[in-house]
Design a protein around this ligand. Structure first.
Ligand SMILES: [Zn+2]
Length: 329
């Protein structure tokens, strides 16, 4: 599901939430009225006065500028009587307050100050769902980066290299979409932290409210294969359109020349033409990339004006993490 689709779904949920909270409010008012003799009459009378005032303002029977004079005093009077009745019956002043899950946006999901924008409650929920949707591990974030896992033996150590890679990735994620270059390419063996930094970027950019797609090369091939055999390029649309696309582990997927190479070229080409950002991680070396994906694709990846290459070298850290495999690092 794309970010826009998640927004629509969340808006529908907020509408349901408002309806449910209105129902709870009605229940609450009914219970309070049961407890306070005379209260319901006052509430109904206040409601009638308010509605009469609205009618006078919107559909005046005769043009009478004096029709609503005294209305606000009447409403204040009703409010005082209602407050007095509540107090007399030992109830708090806010016993009739509306029921909102978020009082800030009144469950609209949007606030106006002065222009319309997402309420924090909506944005937080959206980002959380986006992260779940992306299938990211919750702990793969910049905050959880552990440089002590990397060897520190001399000036050009694995640790200093990782620190540099970390800084570049963090800067990229924090400045996105105004990054130094739109694309990044991570090269290096498994277990050197490529996936970790890829996911950390995905986390940060998602939290900052941008649409991210994260996909392993293996799943990417699956999407491409279906698009190819069903002759349905729409399957690739979310990947073509994502503001930031992250492809993990390029080179581990089975190679199907017509499908992988052609469609990967189309994907990268279309994204570059649309000025969209792409990050790819691969276990392959640059010459291996050229052999596998042709010069045409590789030249796109290696264009210095567009892409920065981050090398990952040194010892596999998965053993230190107590793991035997997988792509967690
Ligand atoms: Zn809110």
């Amino acid at each position: 599901m794309t970010r826009d689709e998640l927004v629509l779904r969340l808006q529908r949920e907020y509408a349901d939430r408002r309806e449910e909270n209105l129902r709870l409010y009605d229940e609450k008012v009914a219970a309070v009225c049961e407890h306070c003799p005379g209260l319901k009459t006052l509430i109904d009378a206040r409601h009638a006065a308010l509605m009469g005032g609205l009618r006078n303002a919107m559909y005046p029977e005769k043009k009478d500028p004096q029709a609503n004079v005294g209305l606000s005093a009447t409403l204040v009077d009703f409010n005082e009587k209602i407050a007095h009745t509540l107090a007399k019956n030992g109830l708090a002043a806010d016993a009739l307050a509306p029921v909102y899950t978020c009082a800030l946006c009144r469950d609209e999901g949007y606030v106006y100050d002065p222009s319309r924008h997402m309420c924090l409650c909506f944005e937080t929920e959206l980002n959380q769902r986006m992260l779940t949707e992306l299938g990211l591990r919750q702990d793969q974030t910049f905050e959880n980066f552990r440089e002590d896992l990397f060897e520190n033996d001399g000036s050009a150590s694995q640790r200093s290299l990782m620190r540099r890679n970390y800084d570049i990735c963090k800067r990229y994620a924090d400045t996105y979409p105004d990054t130094d270059v739109p694309d990044l390419l991570f090269t290096g063996m498994s277990g050197l932290g490529k996936t970790f930094l890829l996911q950390a970027i995905a986390h940060r950019v998602t939290e900052r409210g941008y649409g991210v797609q994260y996909i392993s090369a293996y799943s990417l091939l699956d999407v491409m294969r279906k698009a190819y055999f069903e002759n349905n390029s729409e399957r690739l649309r979310p990947l073509m359109d994502a503001q930031l696309l992250l492809i993990d582990d390029l080179g581990t997927e089975p190679l199907m020349e017509n499908i992988t190479v052609t469609q990967l070229f189309n994907l990268l080409n279309e994204r570059q033409n649309a000025q969209l950002h792409t990050i790819i991680s691969t276990n392959l070396s640059i010459p291996e990339l050229k052999t596998r994906y042709t010069e045409r694709i590789t030249s796109r990846l290696l264009d210095e004006r567009r892409c920065k290459i981050l090398k990952f070298i040194g010892k596999d850290i998965r053993e230190k993490l107590g793991k035997t495999g997988g792509s967690d690092a």
